[in-house]
Ligand binder design. Structure first.
Ligand SMILES: [Zn+2]
Length: 149
């Protein structure tokens, strides 16, 4: 029997490929879920290197283990690409430490962009150094705006 022309074998191979892909997608989803609460779970990080083309961070687990994460602007480059020293990154090319750092850096960039926006709005009279006399409504309005954003 010629197995190479057996349609069932091909289907089985396709199914295996789909299942592997599905398993990989679920693994990535699990990593992302863990990454979202990494800092809440007691992990900490500290920047260990800041260069023009690369940043490096130490991520500490709650038990004190350290993983080194490298972030670059060209994550797809096999030589310059992002890396983490943990087993998950070696196996899947992604891990919660790396993802959590990316989330954190993105959030910080958004916060910085928002701060810049707020400072630009300062021209309209929201000077933080200007002492508002108590009871003036403007200060409360600014608080409200901050909360809704
Ligand atoms: Zn990692």
């Amino acid at each position: 029997m010629d197995y190479t022309s057996n349609p069932l074998a091909t289907d089985q191979d396709d199914l295996t490929a789909v299942l592997n892909e599905d398993r990989y997608a679920r693994t990535l989803a699990n990593i992302a879920r863990r990454a979202e609460r990494l800092w809440e779970d007691g992990y900490t990080c500290r920047q260990s290197f800041q260069g023009t083309f690369v940043e490096a961070y130490d991520v500490f687990t709650p038990r004190g283990e350290r993983y080194m994460v490298k972030i670059t602007p060209t994550p797809k480059d096999p030589f310059l690409g992002d890396k983490c020293t943990c087993p998950s990154f070696s196996k899947y090319g992604e891990c919660k430490h790396h993802l959590a750092l990316q989330f954190k850096l993105r959030d910080e960039a958004q916060a910085a962009a928002y701060d810049a926006l707020e400072e630009a709005e300062g021209e309209w009279g929201c000077d933080p150094h200007h002492q508002q006399p108590p009871g003036e409504g403007e200060g409360i309005g600014k608080q409200e705006k901050r909360r809704h954003n």
